[in-house]
Design a protein around this ligand. Structure first.
Ligand code: ATP
Length: 804
């Protein structure tokens, strides 16, 4: 230590000018690359028209895809493109290396690195160096930009002697961090790439395989770390993840809107975001059930109930079946009926696939019955001859021969079955016995049928009261708790197979085969798979061929979308059976057991990041511990990482939150706040009439001179919500994404989950129970007011009363 960098002694103005020159070069380079990407789209192979052989189409598709991706990436990173610089210590008389860090990596025209991607290994010291263990760093510099102008520099010098004790703190980049944290809120989360802290860095760069649980109190940066992790994983494992995609599951649409800009800002545009209510394609559920029904529908007994509901739709009537067809009454006797149903059930396939066997067996039984009846009719005159005893020799021979032959040969049987299937009466009867079902149909019928619920409820271990609670009239809206049940049903039912769909699938398959052939030819003709070394050829050739083939087919598929370019995220979102490369679940404590089953189906490799806080669980069907939700899927293969520092809520508000936590979750420790600024929380006794005045006063306090900053949330229990909204006609209400753009929003505690606001007014906290109160209080980044009509509960007694 002790070597001083030459430019440490420069005047601050000169240092700023120098950095400005560098940053200007970086932006110039960004502009050049954007121009190039645009030109490729306009003039390059991507721009040539449609048609042509598959290889040409393939090349065009590759070029288009790359140019669009590149352009997306280059466009998303404009703000704060370059945010830091690291200077390594000089060694052996040689000056140390200097690197500039950015949201993406850029090289100059000579291919020399100009900007290092924040996720690259070379950037890591920026996040890990502390005063106690600086590694090889001599200095870390934060560059603060307004648009493309460098407005401030913050230095941390690691090789100067005599650092104060405070500087030894483990929180790195304190000046830069606090400046960032004090910014007014804009209603959108922003990335923190310039100020990622060491404990967050460990989460972000943890390995891809297995389940990583990130447990942390409110404001510890769980969400922000999870999103940076998505960007980091995509950067480090792009080949796997770009093809399979990354899914981020969040608690509600407002929250997803709140975080949606973070990944594009980090250069990633291809991550699917969804709520649990959106995990079943074609349904967008937002309605929340009553707590009792949410618990019931969230529990694993539902898997048994749905299984029983499917079996209930596979009928074998005790009295057998009779159908009038073509002037004849056809019968399937009870024993045959049972045999046919059981044979179909034994097929290890979903209901709609088993149905095909059921239909064939039923038609066969009916065709045989018809043939037997015909035979009886035509045999009547013959019987008379036989009874008379005068049977000529030739007839006896014919009869002996016929006895050995089956009633219907294969061709007869096929045509008889086809004829029967054309008969609407036959079809209707078979459909009623084993209908083709969609998940929606199955659940609508089940929940709308008290008798069916009563019949199968006991099998799933439900009490009569629980069976009754599940009933609802057909046509009711889908709820968030229904979505995992729809997914469960889809799993048991399989895809319905109507004839139009079948024809489309066959045509698509034929086309795909043709394309596959072309793709193989492309690969073979390019010689890509020949290494000349027999062992390598055997393994690598296959792997390479498969990879290229899949890429080729992906592209071919995309071209089919009438010229529309579908991203991996879009294709994944439309396909229930899509399996992702990695899944991140935020506010994961809210997921029920049934929701976890749905999520786990999407990630058979179990490469998951699970982010949440057990102390904030609001969903009565949510997690009480991580083990209770995850162990059945990943027992023993779960790593847990704890985040302990709160970057959001100032110390005075956190002291109150700690009182609440001690009551609602005494086994949990509140996180340590970084900030000790801002006024203590206050309590205001009032009526709804005075609420507008309080809102106006708070808005005056938080509005900054920067346009678009300053957000206020009024958080009220569901019971108070309507009255509060009526008192604040200019405020936006709850779970709409637009609410985030409004300076004032009225939310329930549930809706406020994961969000943050400069000022929070909690209306009637006595009416908000348990962890919901903890969530509501910890949304504030600067100011907290509690309003109440009656006395405050003892748990909040430390808050000072204030007049309006
Ligand atoms: N390293 C950091 N640098 C700057 N800001 C940060 C950092 N880490 C977290 N923050 C900020 O702290 C706030 C809280 O972060 P975040 O929402 O990710 O916390 P959380 O743990 O998910 O909270 P909750 O459990 O309440 O949803 C955000 O404004 C975030 O930008």
């Amino acid at each position: 230590m002790g070597t001083r960098q030459a430019d440490d002694v420069k005047s601050p103005e000169a240092a700023l000018r120098e950095e400005q020159d560098y940053v200007t070069r970086v932006y110039d380079r960004l502009d050049t690359e954007r121009d190039e990407a645009e030109r490729t789209l306009r003039e390059g192979p991507a721009a040539t028209g449609g048609g042509g052989v598959f290889q040409a189409r393939l090349e065009r598709a590759v070029a288009t895809d790359e140019a669009v991706r590149r352009l997306d990436r280059l466009t998303g990173v404009e703000r704060g493109l370059c945010f830091g610089r690291i200077d390594h210590r000089a060694e052996g008389g040689r000056p140390g290396d200097t690197f500039y860090l950015g949201r993406i990596g850029l090289r100059d025209e000579h291919r020399e690195p100009l900007l290092i991607d924040w996720r690259a290994a070379a950037a890591r010291p920026f996040y890990t160096a502390t005063h106690t263990s600086p590694g090889t760093l001599a200095r870390r510099r934060h560059l603060h930009l307004r648009l493309r102008e460098v407005v401030r520099i913050d230095d941390e010098v690691f090789d100067l002697d005599g650092l104060s004790a405070a500087d030894q703190s483990t929180i790195v980049g304190e000046a830069a961090l606090l400046a960032t944290l004090r910014r007014g809120r804009t209603g959108r989360m922003s990335d923190v790439v310039a100020t990622i802290q060491e404990e967050q860095d460990q989460v972000i760069r943890a390995g891809l395989p297995g389940v990583l649980v990130v447990q942390g109190g409110p404001g510890t940066g769980k969400t922000v770390a999870a999103l940076h992790r998505a960007a980091y994983l995509l950067y480090t494992h792009r080949d796997v993840l770009e093809r399979r995609g990354v899914l981020v599951v969040g608690p509600n649409a407002t929250f997803l809107r709140y975080i949606e800009q973070v990944l594009p800002g980090l250069g990633e545009t291809d991550v699917a975001l969804a709520t649990v209510g959106e995990l079943f394609p074609g349904v967008r559920a937002t309605v929340i059930e009553s707590p009792e029904v949410a618990v019931l529908k969230g529990g694993l007994r539902m898997a048994g109930l749905i299984d029983a509901a499917v079996r209930l739709r596979q009928r074998a009537p005790e009295e057998g079946v009779e159908i009038e067809s073509d002037g004849m009454v056809l019968r399937v006797d009870p024993a045959t009926m049972l045999e046919i149903r059981d044979r179909a059930r034994e097929l290890r396939a979903p209901h709609n696939v088993q149905r095909r066997l059921f239909v064939h067996e039923m038609l066969r039984a009916l065709a045989l019955d018809r043939a037997e009846q015909y035979e009886r009719i035509t045999d009547e005159p013959l019987q008379e001859i036989l009874d008379s005893g005068a049977v000529p020799q030739w007839l006896q021979e014919l009869l002996d021969e016929a006895e050995d032959r089956p009633l219907l040969d294969d061709a007869d049987l096929k045509s008889a079955k086809e004829t029967l299937w054309q008969d609407p009466a036959v079809r209707a009867t078979i459909d009623a016995l084993w209908p083709e079902l969609t998940p929606q149909r199955l659940l609508t019928d089940l929940f709308g049928d008290r008798e069916a619920l009563r019949r199968i409820g006991p099998e799933a271990g439900l009490s009569p009261a629980e069976e009754a609670a599940l009933f609802r009239p057909p046509g009711s809206e889908w709820t968030v708790s229904d979505v995992p049940l729809l997914d469960e049903a889809a799993e048991l039912l399989g895809a319905p197979e109507d004839s139009a769909e079948r024809a489309r699938r066959r045509a698509a398959e034929r086309e795909r085969e043709a394309e596959e052939l072309y793709a193989r030819e492309v690969i073979e003709s390019s010689g890509i798979v020949q290494t000349g070394i027999p062992e390598i050829d055997m393994v690598d050739a296959r792997e390479l061929a498969e990879r290229h083939l899949e890429d080729a087919l992906d592209l071919a598929e995309r071209q089919h979308d009438d010229g529309l370019r579908l991203t991996t995220a879009q294709r994944a979102a439309a396909d229930r059976e899509w399996t992702y490369g990695h899944v991140i679940v935020d506010e994961a404590q809210e997921l029920s057991e049934m929701a976890w089953r749905t999520v786990m189906r999407k990630i058979p490799t179990r490469s998951l990041t699970v982010v949440g806080d057990i102390a904030q669980t609001g969903n009565p069907a949510g997690a009480r511990s991580w083990g209770s939700m995850l162990d059945r899927y990943v027992s023993g293969r779960r790593r847990e990482h704890r985040l302990m520092v709160n970057y959001r809520t100032p110390a005075a508000i956190m002291r109150l939150a700690a009182d609440v936590l001690a009551e609602v979750a005494p086994d949990q420790t509140p996180p340590e706040p970084v900030r000790d600024d801002g006024p203590p929380p206050v309590a205001v006794r009032m009526t709804p009439d005075t609420l507008p005045a309080l809102v106006r006063a708070e808005l005056d306090e938080i509005t900054t001179d920067r346009v678009g900053e300053g957000r206020l949330a009024v958080i009220a229990s569901t019971a108070q919500h309507a009255a509060v909204l009526a008192a604040l006609p200019n405020a936006e209400a709850g779970a709409t994404p637009e609410a985030l753009d409004s300076p004032v929003v009225v939310l329930t505690p549930e809706e406020s989950k994961g969000l943050e606001f400069d000022s929070v007014i909690v209306v009637d906290p006595a009416g908000i129970t348990g962890s919901d109160l903890y969530v509501a209080i910890t949304r504030a980044t600067r100011r907290l007011t509690l309003t109440h009509h009656n006395d405050l509960p003892p748990i909040l007694s430390s808050v000072t009363e204030s007049a309006l």
